[in-house]
Design a protein. Structure first.
Length: 114
């Protein structure tokens, strides 16, 4: 759960950690690239500056890698997917998790890779 200021507390959407955007690359429809969110948090995480910063710090939002830049939403690279897999996600309660390609989540302990 993202836990933004307008959060409903009910996860109803799969939110992309790297913004797929309208018509963006479907390569981001994979377990390591998605988190559960309510509709309000999905809408607010990029438009509210404080929430956007919090989401980046918690691994909920991960920028694209490589030479594509954050605006080229169609360019999904192996490096981006690798970085998503290597970035744990911290939920609103402070618990950190690894998101595995298989769809399994594993508790994250600092300094201990999955």
């Amino acid at each position: 759960m993202i836990g933004g200021p307008n959060c409903t507390g009910v996860a109803s959407v799969a939110d992309h950690r790297c913004g797929r955007g309208s018509g963006g690359n479907k390569g981001l429809n994979t377990f390591v690239a998605l988190v559960a969110a309510c509709g309000a948090c999905n809408n607010d995480k990029e438009s509210l500056p404080r929430l956007a910063t919090d989401c980046r710090e918690r691994g909920i939002t991960v920028p694209y890698s490589g030479n594509h830049g954050s605006l080229d939403k169609r360019a999904v690279t192996k490096e981006t997917l690798h970085r998503l897999a290597q970035t744990p996600v911290t939920d609103a309660d402070g618990q950190s998790w690894w998101l595995l390609p298989s769809g399994v989540i594993v508790p994250h302990e600092p300094g201990v890779p999955f």
